[in-house]
Ligand binder design. Structure first.
Ligand code: ZN
Length: 349
């Protein structure tokens, strides 16, 4: 975890960690933790749990290790009231009242480690996690494009290579390091000029002289039996669309289709009403007013974004419920983040 950080070359992330160290050392974090707090709904979002160095896929998706997750849940439970999806829906419909800080734990994408590593921790602590599943991925051997790219780069037979599309760029794995190179290649893929995914992946395959994941590759996603077992154990589920498409990029009909198919699939497989969605990617520009009316039409009651911020009592927008990501921050920083959030109501540090 990011604990000891040198002074040179620290980015925004490093600066936040330094401030967190300072705040803990001076007792400010402790003071914030022990003074009266505001009613605020703090929703944390995770993707993968485990060791980012041990995966053959994208290490950037790992929120924390299983040990850290256990510490985080124990800490949050000690300091805050942990809440459930039903309670949040109650707050949104005005049935419940927010009188103190509450914390909701959520996961996006439905990776297999959510079942193998996160679920046992949550069950042991008696805390509900809400898992947003892209239904087209559940129970399939599918490897998403970001993991496919990471897989090929990690198995590259060349340390230096060149990509032409969507724009020329050179890569040197020895100089840049594997993790940074993967991040830069993913960034290239996400550029608006990149319109032909097959062309992009094929050129990377040639450039690295490595193959895409085959049938013997590790399974990425949990299956329906595992989801049902988690539901039995108190976990809750929502939609993350069917194909993990950015909704605002689709025509209205396409958005409606993604919302309907995923909701119907989840309801059929889990035998429960599905009322909520987490927007894929979740930035402000990934959903629009059109998306919100499509959500209403498809009978969703709430949707969760992912660009930061907490939800202060009385100002929670049902189709833009704010969430903050857990991204390998230190314990000190998580303590400070939630302590500030529970005072300021809508601030993420
Ligand atoms: Zn996602």
């Amino acid at each position: 975890m990011a604990g000891a950080i040198g002074l040179s070359g620290v980015g925004m992330r490093g600066k936040r960690e330094l401030v967190s160290d300072l705040s803990a050392a001076t007792g400010l974090t402790w003071l914030l933790e022990h003074t009266p707090r505001r009613p605020v709904l703090m929703i944390l979002n995770y993707h993968r749990i485990g060791d980012p160095n041990a995966t053959e896929y994208d290490p950037g998706l790992f929120s924390c290790t299983a040990g850290e997750f256990d510490w985080q849940i124990a800490y949050l439970k000690r300091r805050y009231r942990m809440t459930t999806l039903d309670e949040v829906l109650g707050l949104l419909s005005g049935e419940g009242l927010l009188t103190e800080p509450r914390v909701l734990i959520t996961f996006d994408d439905g990776y297999i480690d959510n079942y193998q590593l996160a679920y046992p921790v949550l069950r042991r602590h008696g805390v509900q996690g809400v898992f947003f599943l892209p239904t087209g991925f559940v129970g399939t051997p599918r490897v998403p494009w970001w993991d496919e790219i990471a897989y090929m780069v990690k198995r590259s037979r060349r340390t230096r290579f060149h990509l032409d599309y969507p724009q020329p760029q050179d890569f040197d794995l020895d100089v840049g390091g594997i993790a940074t190179s993967i991040r830069n290649i993913l960034r290239l893929y996400k550029q608006p000029a990149m319109r032909d995914a097959t062309r992009f992946v094929e050129q990377l395959e040639r450039a690295c002289d490595s193959a895409r994941p085959g049938n013997d590759a590790q399974r990425c996603f949990l299956d329906w039996n595992e989801a049902r077992e988690m539901q039995q154990g108190g976990m809750a589920f929502g939609s993350h669309t069917h194909n993990h498409e950015i909704l605002s990029k689709l025509p209205v009909q396409g958005q409606l289709e993604e919302l309907r198919v995923s909701r119907e699939t989840l309801q059929k497989e889990l035998g429960r009403n599905i009322d909520t969605l987490a927007y894929p990617v979740g930035a402000r520009d990934t959903f629009s007013e059109e998306t919100v009316s499509a959500l209403r039409q498809a009978k969703y009651r709430a949707a969760f974004s992912f660009y930061g911020g907490f939800n202060a009592a009385g100002s929670i927008a049902p189709f833009d419920v704010r969430r903050c990501g857990v991204d390998q921050q230190s314990r000190k920083r998580l303590r400070l983040q939630t302590a500030i959030g529970s005072h300021a109501g809508n601030m993420w540090f």
